[in-house]
Design a protein around this ligand. Structure first.
Ligand code: WTA
Length: 637
């Protein structure tokens, strides 16, 4: 496959960016021309940020899986589409060619149809990182069902919330998942979740761990049995459903500053073009390169840069079931060595964690195949950047520090590998089609270089979210109402003297823990559900490995005799309500939290204390009871 829209030099980049601003419709139409559409669009773009209403490639008909699979069969049929490396290095890896993948997706799409799944139905997918997860995702897209993948680390309660919100009627899961030394009992978690989800009529269970599971008659079926049934029917092909460019492709839940996660909606046409364009350009993908993104498909990075971006580009995408430190901290490097990985895309938290093991696990691994490196999910500190550059890229491979969000669908601000001069800690420049702008609190544009502001985007791009599922008003309020006529990212940002962008972190009440977004309000709600808790306040603090840690200040009804046990009980509650990823790193029991006279918690003060900067609390004149602050300072953990 060749990519006529692949940028080859910094001049080409600058030209493309200018073109995308002067004639966005012409720019994107030229790129979209290189995809397979059943019918081309009547209009490239229709939009306003007031409602908001965003429509790309209106009138066009397509199926994204024909672009990810069918169109490659002639030329790439025998090329590996997915290379899968299991959790246990002793277990055999799998190589799935484009033809195999096509067959498997068609087969499972037929299974879905046999089980009554129709276009527009919502299907919840809760699986570990096995090829069947990618197959399930693509099979949904094949028949026009809307997938909602839920990360395997979320609790039954979180899954139930997501299933109810989207009114899913089918769940696809596994008996269990292997993650490092642990087995996660996925089916049993689903069973708990489904007690509160009458909309679910069918659960399809794929075998992975052979953990005993209960299979409810009439509701639960085995993946393998269902495949056999369609095989005996003889016809493995499954015609792709014809979709409108603006039909929903998937829902992915993500945390915001309120207690309830929202279902970010992406649509077929724009998302396809954008995930592909950004993949091909950012990583400068060359045919036959082996590309390894270490994310989980439960997050947007996995959707866009393990599944849709690479596959629509005919790339070889490596999918890894395990964790970076199992069986030891050399696992990534073993995988790079074993499969001659060319492009490695990972998260700063993983880099920092591996750094902490020293160079032992890196030495003597052959990393000479690596030509490009990528980072995503949180700001990358300079130390981690240099370690990645020197020890993994051997000083030669460019690093792309890619800034983007679940809502943006694809990479927004990033160096183009080997083309944009890089600067540690900087996401550098916007991709073509992206018009960033910095504003102050009042929404006034901050112009020029060497400035700070809140990061907004002033013009639509094809991969942007269209709505939040079932609640369009929430989408408008969250992203389009803070500043007039702008999409607000929630991130703070610097533009330096060279015009380079550096993302400084969230300016709202969203934490970024190990690259995972967690709302402080969500964690507080979970803590407050614990028996005996009167109130809580949650803030982030700098954490060496996770980037941000979770610090909870908790007021109990009465003194507890065993603080340690109560602390553990609270952690257990948070695990149950949200999942282990949201467990606070520190819980401090306090008699009160600082509030304004109108009763608002002054998080700014708590944040300072948690960060260990209690001497610079700033203006405390509006505090209701200044004594509370001294108590908290003294009890700091
Ligand atoms: C943060 C992940 C700095 C940012 C793709 C954003 C980053 C949030 C970077 C989105 C980066 C992501 N540098 N910060 N390169 N990439 N972020 O939705 O705060 O899980 O708003 O999407 O992660 O997280 P999400």
């Amino acid at each position: 496959m060749s990519y006529p829209y692949q940028i080859r030099s910094i001049e080409e980049y600058q030209q493309a960016w200018r073109d995308s601003v002067t004639d966005p419709e012409g720019f994107w139409a030229n790129i979209a021309d290189h995809f397979y559409w059943r019918k081309k669009w009547d209009k490239v773009l229709d939009w306003n940020f007031r409602d908001p209403e965003i429509k790309w490639f209106q009138g066009a008909k397509l199926n994204i899986t024909e672009n990810c699979l069918d169109r490659h069969l002639g030329t790439l049929g025998n090329q590996p589409a997915i290379i899968w490396e299991p959790n246990d290095p002793e277990e055999h890896h799998r190589v799935i060619t484009y033809r195999d993948l096509y067959n498997k997706v068609c087969q499972f799409a037929n299974v879905l149809k046999n089980n009554g799944v129709k276009k527009g139905d919502r299907v919840c997918i809760y699986m570990g990182m096995i090829p069947e997860l990618a197959i399930a995702v693509l099979a949904c897209a094949r028949i026009g069902a809307i997938h909602s993948v839920v990360f395997g680390g979320f609790s039954a309660q979180s899954i139930a919330d997501r299933i109810q919100d989207a009114q899913c009627n089918v769940v696809i899961t596994c008996d269990g998942a292997f993650r490092g030394a642990k087995d996660i009992p996925l089916k049993s978690v689903i069973d708990d979740a489904l007690m509160a989800c009458p909309s679910v009529k069918r659960v399809i269970v794929c075998t992975r761990t052979r953990t005993p599971v209960s299979m409810l008659k009439g509701r639960d079926v085995w993946w393998e049995d269902e495949i056999k049934k369609v095989e005996t029917m003889g016809n493995p092909a499954c015609p792709a459903e014809e979709m409108d460019a603006e039909d929903m492709l998937f829902i992915l839940y993500t945390s915001g500053s309120t207690g309830k996660p929202k279902g970010v909606v992406h649509t077929c046409g724009g998302y396809m073009v954008y995930s592909n364009y950004t993949f091909v350009n950012t990583f400068q993908y060359q045919p036959r390169e082996v590309y390894f993104c270490t994310a989980d498909i439960g997050w947007i990075t996995g959707h866009s840069y393990i599944v849709y971006g690479p596959l629509s580009a005919g790339a070889t995408t490596l999918m890894f079931e395990g964790v970076p430190t199992y069986p030891d901290a050399g696992r990534f490097w073993d995988i790079v060595d074993k499969f001659r990985v060319n492009i490695l895309y990972t998260a700063p938290t993983a880099i920092r964690s591996l750094m902490s093991f020293g160079l032992g696990p890196v030495n003597h691994k052959d990393l000479s195949s690596i030509t490009k490196l990528g980072s995503v999910g949180e700001p990358i500190n300079e130390e981690a950047w240099h370690w990645f550059k020197d020890h993994i890229g051997k000083g030669k491979a460019p690093i792309v520090d890619t800034w983007w969000q679940t809502e943006t669908g694809g990479i927004m601000i990033t160096p183009i590998a080997g083309i944009t001069p890089e600067k540690p800690g900087f996401a550098t420049l916007p991709l073509p089609g992206i018009q960033p702008i910095l504003v102050d609190e009042n929404g006034k544009e901050v112009e020029g270089n060497g400035v700070n502001g809140n990061l907004c985007i002033k013009f639509p791009w094809p991969g942007m979210l269209r709505t939040t599922y079932g609640d369009h008003e929430r989408c408008r309020k969250t992203y389009f109402s803070t500043y007039d006529n702008l999409y607000f990212t929630g991130d703070g940002c610097t533009r330096d003297e060279d015009g380079y962008y550096r993302i400084t972190g969230r300016v709202d009440d969203v934490l970024n823990v190990s690259g995972h977004r967690i709302g402080t309000a969500e964690v507080e709600n979970a803590i407050n559900m614990h028996h005996g808790v009167v109130e809580s306040a949650v803030v982030g603090y700098p954490h060496d490995i996770k980037g941000q840690g979770i610090y909870a200040f908790v007021i109990l009804e009465k003194q507890t005799h065993d603080q340690e046990l109560t602390r553990k009980d609270i952690l257990q509650t948070v695990s149950r309500i949200i999942g282990p990823i949201a467990k606070p790193d520190k819980i401090q029991f306090v008699s009160g939290v600082p509030k304004t006279r109108s009763g608002k918690i002054m998080r700014r003060i708590l944040r300072k204390i948690a960060e260990g900067d209690a001497e610079n609390l700033g203006d405390t004149s509006t505090l209701l009871d200044p004594g509370v602050v001294d108590d908290i300072k003294q009890g700091r953990l």
